[in-house]
Design a protein around this ligand. Structure first.
Ligand SMILES: C[S@@+](CC[C@H](N)C(=O)[O-])C[C@H]1O[C@@H](n2cnc3c(N)ncnc32)[C@H](O)[C@@H]1O
Length: 286
């Protein structure tokens, strides 16, 4: 009789760690997922219409997630910084490497050339969460990424909530962001100190336009450094961050267009309002 239990087809994460002979080192961002149910669910969070011809995985570890990705993808590229783990992945998945279904790139995911992937599914090294997310987001591909819970919730936060900030506006500029699962520390070995979150980032164009993206991000960053101040004071006090040479002219231009806006605070403004403010600032204050 065929065994239809979902785990039966996949390598056991404890066996993988034993074969690799490597205990995860938290100082090197090594927290291996050992809960099969979480591992089984992660690939299912890809958007339904996601192209799975070439999946990218950042931080392969001992390959428990890689194994699941190979089951849904035509090809997988895994980037792993630890040379021992990269060597183990090549050996453990030798037949997939030989048939070109798996490529193991040994190196730092922040500096290696990324392959042209169709989607990325990863249990990320938390030390590089922000940098790697903002390396991947401009690629415009679906991403399913495990972050520290607080980081994931800040990315997905809506205006007017405590978690809403620069990270929310910047990530949502590229994608619809959803926390799809909270994962407890004991799903990993060694267990991290905090809870984690699986986040789905589905690429889409923002519902506003900005001429100068770099200035938009600097301007948003500047206003959130003064999130408890009014927008009027925020614009005035942060010219050294936003790069504005005429902040007072920007305040006057906003006053003429929408004076109520100047009394609001950064935490309550929707991304499209930041975009409008940035356009006014760009026109009148740079
Ligand atoms: C949180 S573990 C996840 C491992 C595995 N995917 C799993 O779910 O069990 C992160 C992995 O990323 C690797 N890593 C850490 N920093 C890295 C970097 N800058 N670039 C590539 N890999 C990195 C670690 O060696 C570790 O194997």
């Amino acid at each position: 009789m065929t065994d239809t239990t979902p785990d039966a087809a996949f390598r056991d994460p404890d066996d993988l760690r034993r074969r690799a002979g490597i205990r995860g080192d938290p100082d090197r961002d090594q927290h291996f997922l050992v809960d099969d149910r979480v591992l089984d669910r992660i690939p299912t969070y890809l958007p339904e219409d996601a192209d799975t011809t070439h999946l990218l995985e950042i931080g392969g570890g001992t390959g428990a997630l890689t194994d699941r990705l190979l089951a849904v993808a035509d090809a997988v590229t895994v980037i792993e910084r630890d040379p021992d783990l990269a060597a183990f992945l090549r050996e453990e998945f030798a037949s997939e490497v030989d048939s070109d279904r798996l490529t193991v790139l040994e190196g730092d995911a922040l500096s290696v050339d990324l392959p042209a992937f169709s989607a990325c599914v990863s249990n990320l090294p938390y030390g590089i969460s922000s940098e790697i997310a903002f390396r991947l987001l401009p690629e415009g591909r679906p991403l399913v990424l495990m972050f520290q819970r607080e980081f994931g919730e800040r990315m997905a936060a809506e205006p007017g909530t405590d978690n809403y900030g620069r990270l929310s506006v910047s990530a949502q500029h590229y994608a619809a962001v959803e926390v799809v699962e909270i994962v407890p520390p004991d799903a990993f070995d060694p267990a991290p100190a905090v809870e984690s979150a699986v986040v789905r980032l589905t690429p889409r164009a923002p519902d506003y336009a900005v001429d100068d993206e770099a200035f938009f991000f600097d301007f948003v960053k500047a206003l959130f450094t003064q999130r408890r101040k009014t927008i009027r004071n925020g614009i005035r006090n942060t010219a050294h961050i936003s790069g504005l040479s005429e902040p007072e002219a920007v305040v006057e231009a906003v006053e003429a267009e929408d004076p109520d806006l100047l009394r609001k605070r950064a935490g309550s403004l929707a991304p499209e309002t930041f975009a409008r403010l940035a356009e006014i600032a760009d026109e009148h204050g740079r």
